[in-house]
Design a protein around this ligand. Structure first.
Ligand code: SF4
Ligand code: SF4
Ligand code: F3S
Length: 268
């Protein structure tokens, strides 16, 4: 109650906006509490009421008022081909807006696999040269927290913000730049179907008897053994379920390059 709300600029490059869709569904804490009581979301072009020049002016106001003290949240990535013309915000290439906002930020949060790794827009042959935040040439040398996933789990997103506000420091990151508290274990390590894997009980094809019995999905392409994310512990929709619980193999959506690493339904 006594702490000032930390200013956040939330930019959007090439993306599908489902990272925002995930964020607004956080149950613990509620997204409304994050936005109304914890952060000052000064700019977010997909959910803000302002539009046009009025909206763009807010970026400059925030930069001048809170130089070096705001968090830059990035959803989506920057296409570099054709001088950035594949993503134009307020009449300018997104990459320029990104570099400018990064220059004055305290730290950067790369939401989702688009901002962290490139994701489907960067799939071969990557015609727009979609480039994740940390690989944008000329991006300021600021701490970058990657929160990958397509999208990331809502409670993981809000927990990262809550951690920064509560402890007034950035969370510990692994060598790929992801918060250790959510990305240090594989889906496979805590998967409730793991006893079936260990017992050699596998789904051989979708809708076979093994599928109906809830056997392990490894043979129909599950990437859980090589995917670092919190889905099998935190789960989705307020802890209700996750892809494997719904009967679908993990496609490794939080891993770098998952979109180009062969068929989602092939074995590893
Ligand atoms: Fe959408 Fe996935 Fe990119 Fe998030 S990471 S904006 S969910 S494509
Ligand atoms: Fe591992 Fe996937 Fe099988 Fe779960 S379903 S035990 S994550 S291979
Ligand atoms: Fe993505 Fe696999 Fe979780 S597909 S949502 S990392 S179970």
């Amino acid at each position: 109650e006594t702490k000032p709300r930390i200013p956040v600029l939330w930019l959007h490059g090439l993306e599908c906006t489902c990272c925002s869709e995930s964020f607004i569904r956080s149950a613990h804490p509620l997204a409304k509490d994050v936005i109304l009581s914890m952060i000052s979301l000064d700019y977010d072009d997909t959910i803000m009421a302002a539009a046009g020049e009025q909206a763009e002016a807010i970026i400059e106001e925030t930069i001048q008022k809170y130089d070096g003290n705001y968090i830059l949240a990035v959803e989506g990535n920057a296409p570099l081909n054709e001088d950035g013309m594949y993503c134009i915000i307020g009449g300018k290439p997104f990459v320029e807006q990104l570099r400018h906002a990064a220059d004055h930020a305290k730290a950067i949060v790369s939401w989702g696999s688009c901002a962290s790794w490139g994701c489907v827009q960067a799939a071969r042959p990557n015609p727009t040269r979609a480039t994740p935040t940390h690989m944008v040439p000329g991006i300021a040398d600021k701490p970058i927290i990657k929160v990958p996933g397509c999208p990331p789990i809502s409670e993981v997103m809000t927990a990262v913000i809550t951690y920064i506000l509560t402890f007034e420091k950035l969370p510990d990151l692994d060598r790929q730049g992801r918060p250790k508290m959510f990305y240090s274990q594989r889906i496979h390590d805590k998967c409730y179907r793991r006893p079936h894997f260990d017992a050699g009980q596998f789904v051989e094809s979708f809708d076979d008897e093994g599928a109906r019995k809830g056997y392990c999905l490894y043979k129909v392409g599950c990437k859980g053994p090589t995917t670092y994310n919190a889905c099998s512990t935190v789960r989705w929709n307020g802890g209700l379920s996750f892809p494997i619980q719904a009967g679908h193999p993990c496609i490794g959506c939080s891993e770098d390059g998952f979109w180009d690493k062969g068929s989602f339904y092939d074995r590893l």
